[in-house]
Design a binder for this molecule. Structure first.
Ligand code: ZN
Ligand code: ZN
Length: 591
């Protein structure tokens, strides 16, 4: 019996409004998602010239009977949705009742499909039915699209180069492979394999197959559950960062989605584990009741709205942060060799640095540029740390590091049973200072002390006005001052957490921050800035001599930190060379 139902005109119009097929990747997307809906376990995509010449998708799904095969090319026929209400309960990948007829109207299509003992072959050109014959019995569907947009020159000229069209399709298939690790995907271009996954149903294995060993060996698994959401997947160690968000992959109920708030929560969880403008590699699936998800009706978009986004963000943030706290995150001095299928194309590893294959697709990450500005890291929306009582960095605390010397007046060399460590003395002390300052600044009760010699500070006119209009930010930190003549103040009391002997530099730094405050004052951000600025200023510089005793003190304090691995700007404090790495470098160990 036919499983395809004819929709009401009304719904058809709703969908038609959003119907878009604009590039090879969107054709591939429609065809492949049809294969997934047909329960295929193996999906093979063969492109000629990146799809500009030909796109073929072969699957081993349930196939179609003769009636469905013909109906598939009629407008408003779909097996996915057939009532208005159903639009809001979509739990399949989408609805593409409109897509096949649209594709067929601007190309030449050959559809070969079979459900039981006899297959059907349909040939359509420019939307005009050519013929229908019986075809060999091979369960599944094979569909070939040639000469896309041949009859619509206006749209044809919007197709990009082979490399760009291919890059878009590769990026799409890679994300889909991560969303559906139980399906084996093979993507070929001009008969060369570009993506190949095994369909092992093991997400880490799929990550390995897509991104290679360097990434898959540096992932941490995460899992969490609350009343509405279950999250499961992998996040990267902070040593593995990318310069775009293209490696942040999130799914809701197995569907690739894009949501700024989710991305922000993930990114915020890495606060100070990484520099601003760098993004983690994550693959996270979120399972939830479909009624909480509002899928944008535009079929090529992945934007979703969630009714309990706040709860989900908090869950993601806490889970990732806690996972980072539990893990030993010392980066290795020697990277794993990257082994991956698609190295010859080098598309997936460093898409961002790869100008010849820049992605321009809105299928993937169109919002990257627009978001960048508002996407600065701020961990503050989630308030205070919820892990105050759990032990952080247990793994790191177990480390015993014996300092043996200093290289270039900057890098402390340590050793233990496992190998050799290099510690950046400035970065390490900056981290220690930062956590100290932040703790003190956050305290409800401030201890205040008199300055032995009051400090007078003279401002320019503009700075004086700016400072005076924000003076509460200064006094709230525990400072007291009096106005003293023209554009001058005299500071008499300060909080005790200022480093002794450095009161004046510290105060001047803080005043600078206040003068440069922008209009959206955020107390958490301000405290962060004060802590980071003072931490850097007060830390030993590179090339500044420190004694063995001071080194030992520094190491002891570093171990106590919440995040001993990075300075507050996200640079690493410590790097490890395992004994094996050293032996390998000196060819004592082969392979
Ligand atoms: Zn610094
Ligand atoms: Zn730093």
């Amino acid at each position: 019996m036919s499983v395809i139902k004819v929709m009401s005109e009304n719904l058809a119009n709703k969908i038609a409004a959003g119907e878009v097929v604009e590039k090879c990747a969107s054709v591939v997307k429609e065809l492949v998602e049809n294969s997934i809906d047909a329960k295929a376990k193996n999906i093979k995509i063969e492109l000629k010239k990146g799809g500009l010449e030909e796109i073929t998708v072969i699957d081993d799904g349930i196939g179609m009977d003769e009636e469905d095969a013909a109906l598939a090319f009629q407008r408003h026929a779909t097996s996915k949705i057939y009532k208005d209400d159903d639009l809001f309960f979509i739990d399949t990948l989408g609805f593409r009742g409109e897509a096949l007829p649209s594709i067929a109207s601007v190309s030449e299509v050959l559809l070969e499909t079979c459900q039981k003992d006899v297959g059907t072959l349909i040939h359509i050109k420019g939307g005009i039915f050519q013929n229908k014959t019986a075809s060999p019995a091979r369960i599944g569907t094979k569909i070939t699209i040639t000469n896309l947009f041949y009859n619509t020159p206006a749209r044809l000229k919007y197709l990009k180069s082979e490399q760009t069209e291919l890059a878009n399709t590769v990026a799409f298939i890679e994300k889909l492979s991560l969303a559906k690790p139980s399906i084996s995907f093979t993507l070929l271009n001009n008969e060369k394999v570009v993506v190949k996954t095994s369909g092992s149903n093991n997400l880490l294995k799929a990550i390995h197959e897509i991104y290679g060993l360097n990434i898959s060996s540096n992932m941490l698994d995460i899992y969490a559950l609350n009343d509405d959401f279950e999250i499961k997947g992998f996040i990267c160690k902070p040593e593995l960062l990318k310069s775009t968000r293209s490696h942040m992959t999130t799914f809701i109920n197995g569907r690739v989605i894009r949501n700024n708030e989710i991305n922000k929560a993930i990114n915020d969880a890495y606060y100070t584990y990484k520099p601003d403008g760098k993004y983690p590699v994550v693959v996270i699936n979120i399972e939830t009741d479909p009624t909480l998800v509002d899928v944008n009706i535009h079929p090529t978009k992945q934007d979703v709205k969630l009714s309990k986004i706040g709860d989900l963000s908090k869950l993601l943030y806490d889970t990732i942060k806690n996972r980072l706290y539990q893990s030993l995150l010392i980066p290795k001095g020697i990277k794993e060799e990257s082994v991956k299928n698609t190295d010859f194309l080098n598309i997936s590893n460093e898409l961002s640095n790869n100008n010849f294959l820049k992605i321009d697709s809105d299928l993937i990450n169109k919002n990257d540029l627009e978001e960048t500005e508002s996407f600065k890291q701020t961990t503050f929306d989630f308030g205070e740390d919820t892990y105050e009582n759990s032990v952080k960095n247990e793994e790191f605390k177990k480390l015993v590091l014996y300092p043996v010397g200093i290289a270039h007046g900057t890098y402390i060399i340590c050793e233990n049973d496992e190998g050799m460590y290099l510690i950046d003395q400035h970065a390490a002390q900056e981290r220690v200072n930062y956590e100290n300052y932040l703790d003190n600044i956050k305290k409800e009760e401030i201890t205040i002390t008199d300055l032995l010699i009051p400090i007078s500070i003279e401002f320019s006119n503009a700075d004086y006005i700016k400072f005076m209009s924000n003076k509460d930010k200064f006094t709230n930190l525990g400072f007291s001052f009096e106005e003293f003549g023209i554009n001058t103040i005299i500071i008499k009391k300060h909080p005790t957490w200022l480093k002794t002997g450095y009161e004046e530099v510290s105060i001047r730094k803080i005043i600078d921050l206040i003068i440069n405050l922008d209009n959206n004052f955020d107390i958490y951000k301000f405290r962060e800035n004060v802590a980071i600025t003072l931490a850097c200023k007060m830390a030993i510089k590179a090339n500044e001599h420190i004694s063995m005793l001071e080194i030992e003190g520094l190491l002891k304090n570093l171990v106590k930190c919440d995040n001993p691995y990075n300075c507050p700007h996200g640079r690493p404090t410590i790097i490890k060379f395992s004994i094996y790495d050293l032996e390998k470098m000196f060819k004592r160990a082969m392979n």
